[in-house]
Design a protein around this ligand. Sequence first.
Ligand code: FES
Ligand SMILES: [Fe+2]
Length: 332
Amino acid sequence: MKLSPGHWYPVLSSLELRDRLVAKTRFGLPLVFWRDANGRAVCLEDRCAHRGAALSLGKAVDGAIECSFHGFRYDGAGRCVRVPAEGDEWQIPEQLRVTAHTITEGGGYVWAWRGPDVARESLPALPRQPMLEGLRYVESRSTWNAHYTRCIENVIDYSHLPFVHRRNIGAFIRDPVTKVDVKPFAGGFRFDLLGHKATGRQFVEFTYPTLWANKIGRKSVLVATFMPVDDRHTEVYFRWYHALPPVLRPLMQLWGRFSQYLVFKDDLPIVASQLPANVDDPGVDDAHADKLVPSDAGLVAFRKLRRDHRAEIRAWATEQGGWRASVGVPTE
Ligand code: FES
Ligand SMILES: [Fe+2]
């Protein structure tokens, strides 16, 4: 069985990972990222095996990470390579190690593998967003107090515009009737924006697992990538892809931040209020499950994509002998 792309989750922007340690919680797990001696991105659980201090409080030394408490050092594979208090002759026990996560880099993101712990050669390719290729981007981030599934659904839901955004992007929508024509493709789906059906030049595209893009011009695309922090928080990475000269970068950065603030400040309280917090919460009874209507076609496509991919990765995990290590099991 060959896996489709999509079981890699973006967990960090490559722009954040320069010459220092970066601590992030993803899927409820505290993680620390840095670059090893070869410049390769590596990721360990952010907890020293000795006595549990956060490794992210330490520093990177010769491509390894050194805990700030007693100076234990770990390489990118999580093996302890130095215990200063025992001297160089001491044989470091094999079990003195920290969990290392399988990550890779591409498209300006660091991605974590969420699936069975198998040889790298068996892993699928990263998801792609071909329309971004060849464009530059500016980036900003914000944290939303909601599960990532609710955040994603918010940006593929267009019937909320004349209500939540009546003071900005929804101000000129006179008729709330919303028709969504979803066109699936392998690993995602696309739909035209209101009023732009004829041109096909402006559309929204979602790529599994967490990549949203809104093409707004020939060489201009807004992108939001949703990074799950825990059940109630999501770090959202906004990018504006463009072909403008680099000299305009500071201006675009400012405009990108401002427009993002203007629009999303309206969404935040509503999205944080939604129950169940996670759209796939298995414990929800019929009375409390969402009741979708035809204008929610984008959300129906999103939920189907998740169901299909989860079924695929579970079947593959069974074939591989079950779950071993991963950044969480994608049941949530
Ligand atoms: S807790 Fe990290 S070296 Fe002791
Ligand atoms: Fe919104």
